[in-house]
Each structure stands twice: as structure tokens, then as C-alpha cells.
Design a protein around this ligand. Structure first.
Ligand SMILES: Nc1ncnc2c1ncn2[C@@H]1O[C@H](COP(=O)(O)OP(=O)(O)OP(=O)(O)O)[C@@H](O)[C@H]1O
Ligand SMILES: Nc1nc2c(c(=O)[nH]1)N=C(CO)CN2
Length: 136
């Protein structure tokens, strides 16, 4: 079998966070051929989010999968919608984030450079003993 791809992702929620994060974690664990390790959920003030001052809860997940990037990204987008982040919800209540799934890295690629300095990501990675890929 091919070498698996290694990823780091974050789950963030500012609305019924415990419920939405638990739901998405359970669904992620049911993805075939995907190994995961999760940080403890952490609450913190919103970063770069002018729409609301409600705290976010975030979980950092590291894992590997035999899926290719396009398929894995599509599964995450579908899961986001299944968990309540539908186009309708985004349009009508943009200040509510039931769940935001952000794929931060894929093997050595940084997909979301903007998120790298966020404290919730740093703290979760430290807890998991994982370093970010080095930018050349
Ligand atoms: N500066 C901002 N001003 C207004 N809304 C923002 C701002 N930053 C984030 N948002 C809102 O937060 C949501 C989550 O941001 P994020 O960058 O994760 O985008 P996304 O829509 O989930 O797309 P992606 O697929 O890139 O993750 C956005 O959809 C937007 O509604
Ligand atoms: N603390 C924190 N701040 C954020 C987060 C997040 O998950 N946690 N997500 C955002 C976009 O969805 C914007 N700001």
C-alpha cells in the first residue's frame, strides 16, 4: 500500500461547541484508513473574528490517511455541512460557527499559513508533541 499522508487540522466552534466537536470527532474516527490523535478542547477568545466576541473552543488533530488531498478535503467539507455549517447557516447567521474544520498542513505543505501563529494551534501541537513542518 502507498505511504499515508500526514495532516494537521483544527476543529473550532463558538456555538454548542461540545456537541459539535464531539459529533465531528466521532465521524472523523469512522473515516476508513484514517488514524487520529486529538488535543484536549481549549476555550479562547476569538482571533481575527469581528463578528462576535463569544469564545471559541478548539481541538487540534494530527493524523494520517491513504486518501489523496482532494478527496480528504471534500470529505471534510461534507462533514462540516453535515454538522450544521450549511450555506444557509453561513448566510443567515455568520457570527455563529457551529464547526469550522481547517486543514492546516498536508505532508510538508502548509495549507493555511494564516493560522500558524494562532495560540490554540500552538498549544494543541505542544500537547500532542508535534512540530509544524519546517518552511524552507
Ligand atoms: N475577518 C473576518 N471578517 C468577517 N468574517 C470572517 C472573518 N474571518 C473569518 N470570518 C468568518 O469565519 C468563517 C471561517 O473562516 P475560515 O477562514 O475558516 O473560512 P471558511 O469559510 O471555513 O473557508 P475555508 O474552506 O478556507 O476554511 C468565514 O466563513 C467567515 O464567515
Ligand atoms: N480562538 C479562535 N478564534 C477564531 C477561530 C477559532 O477556531 N478559534 N476561528 C475563526 C474562523 O472560524 C476565527 N477566529
Amino acid at each position: 500500500m502507498s505511504t499515508p499522508h500526514r495532516f494537521i487540522l483544527t476543529l473550532g466552534s463558538n456555538t454548542q461547541a461540545e456537541h459539535h466537536i464531539a459529533y465531528v470527532q466521532k465521524r472523523l474516527f469512522s473515516f476508513g484508513g484514517c488514524r487520529l490523535r486529538c488535543s484536549t478542547p481549549r476555550r479562547s477568545a476569538p482571533v481575527e473574528f469581528p463578528l462576535s466576541s463569544t469564545p471559541f473552543t478548539d481541538v487540534v488533530i494530527v493524523g494520517d490517511t491513504h486518501d489523496e488531498l482532494t478527496l480528504f478535503s471534500r470529505k471534510l467539507k461534507e462533514l462540516e455541512q453535515e454538522a450544521g455549517r450549511t450555506p444557509e447557516q453561513r448566510a443567515t447567521r455568520p457570527e455563529e460557527i457551529p464547526i469550522d474544520i481547517d486543514l492546516i498542513t498536508w505532508d510538508e505543505q502548509i495549507l493555511k499559513p494564516r493560522d500558524l501563529s494562532r495560540p490554540y494551534l500552538r498549544l494543541g501541537l505542544t500537547e500532542l508533541g508535534v512540530e509544524l513542518p519546517q518552511v524552507p
